[in-house]
Design a protein around this ligand. Structure first.
Ligand code: TYM
Length: 332
């Protein structure tokens, strides 16, 4: 079986619909046919300031949402990044083969640091994509299922894998981005030319897994639509309506064509009302299950410990190989 690996940050109090459709749904699908490894990148989370108690809480909450959304720890490996020290160790080695200019060209860093100002931006945020490369390369996956916004980071992982292999001999599998075209980008409900994003979207632009159904329904009903009245799929002319149509299609499994046909001749309001029902019906059981799982943190921690052990078994082998290839004296 081919191996895939992916992670989703524990930022915010809930995953949003972009995370759910762009990542989680793919993960659940893939765990049946791939050797799948999923993790919660808490080391990445502290590249921006975090309240310690909240971070711990959110890490459990993220795990609960993965499991509630269908990630099955009997079918895949699920763990917390900071439980596997090899991530930080490999990141150091990769830091040392990454060019400063190369790291400077990462657009997510540029966006985030511009917003914060360089003085309050951490060096950790700068090397963030290199830690991400370590996350990936440690496990030798063939594919990394992500949304479109992660493409550049996966490219960097590929470059670093190839560079290391050339300098030190065959060590890493060069991973491919697995990007599902239709769900690669879910847009902000209030600003439908920008991606739905925990850090950039306003509350009204987000649909969160953990929100109460009535909040979710209200956000959908207040989504920005476009001039005119016609319902058709056209990202250029009708970004708002197109986003709603594509969410409807992804949530119901119906093709975009069928969905457009279904709403032909009807009004924006119809689309919103039906979409709100579809989204609430789908997310409510996930939310309920996540809350139930959170009620037993000991059990969650136990599930994560199983994943930690499976992950370390793989990661330690890769790291030992890397340390020996770069010329570190074997530790006793
Ligand atoms: P993160 O936590 O920002 O996002 C998690 C996943 O959700 C996808 N995503 C979206 N997909 C569609 N539409 C959107 N609006 C949207 N917003 C987010 C992301 O593409 C991603 O797949 N750096 C990563 C986490 C990470 C990682 C890794 C991923 C750390 N190490 C190793 C893969 C492999 C991140 O911040 O994703």
């Amino acid at each position: 079986r081919q191996r895939v690996l992916s992670g989703m940050q524990p930022s915010g109090s809930s995953l949003h619909l972009g995370n759910y459709l762009g990542a989680l749904v793919q993960w659940v699908r893939m765990q049946d046919s791939y050797d799948a490894i999923y993790f919660i990148p808490d080391l990445h989370a502290i590249t921006v300031p975090q309240d310690p108690a909240e971070l711990a809480e959110r890490t459990r909450l993220t795990a609960a949402q993965y499991i509630a959304g269908g990630v099955d720890v009997d079918k895949c490996t699920l763990f917390v990044q900071s439980h596997v020290p090899e991530h930080a160790q490999l990141a150091w080695v990769l830091n040392c083969i990454t060019g400063f200019g190369e790291a400077s060209r990462m657009t997510q860093f540029k966006d985030k640091s511009l917003k914060q100002g360089t003085d309050s931006t951490s060096v950790g945020l700068f090397t963030y994509p290199i830690l991400q490369a370590a996350d990936i390369l440690l496990y030798q996956p063939e594919g990394v299922p992500v949304g479109e916004d992660q493409r550049q980071h996966i490219e960097l992982s590929r470059d670093l894998a190839q560079r290391f292999n050339t300098r030190f001999g065959e060590t890493f599998v060069v991973p491919k981005p697995f990007i599902q075209k239709e769900s690669a980008k879910i847009y902000d409900l209030q600003n439908p030319t920008a991606k739905m994003s925990k850090s950039a979207s306003s509350a009204a632009g987000l649909i969160n897994i953990m929100d109460e159904p009535k909040v979710t329904a209200k956000r959908i009903k207040s989504a920005v639509t476009d001039d005119g009245t016609e319902i058709r799929f056209d990202r250029e002319e009708k970004p708002g309506v197109s986003n709603l149509l594509s969410i409807y299609s992804l949530m119901t499994g119906k093709s975009l064509e069928d969905v457009v046909g279904h709403f032909e001749g009807r009004m924006y309001g119809h689309l919103k009302v039906e979409l709100a029902d579809v989204v609430v019906d789908r997310l409510e059981p996930v939310r309920a299950r996540a809350l139930e799982l959170l009620g037993d943190p000991g059990e969650l921690d136990r599930l994560l410990a199983v994943g930690e052990e499976k992950a370390r078994e793989i990661a330690s082998v890769t790291l030992a190989d890397v340390f020996s290839k770069v010329g570190f004296l074997p530790a006793r």
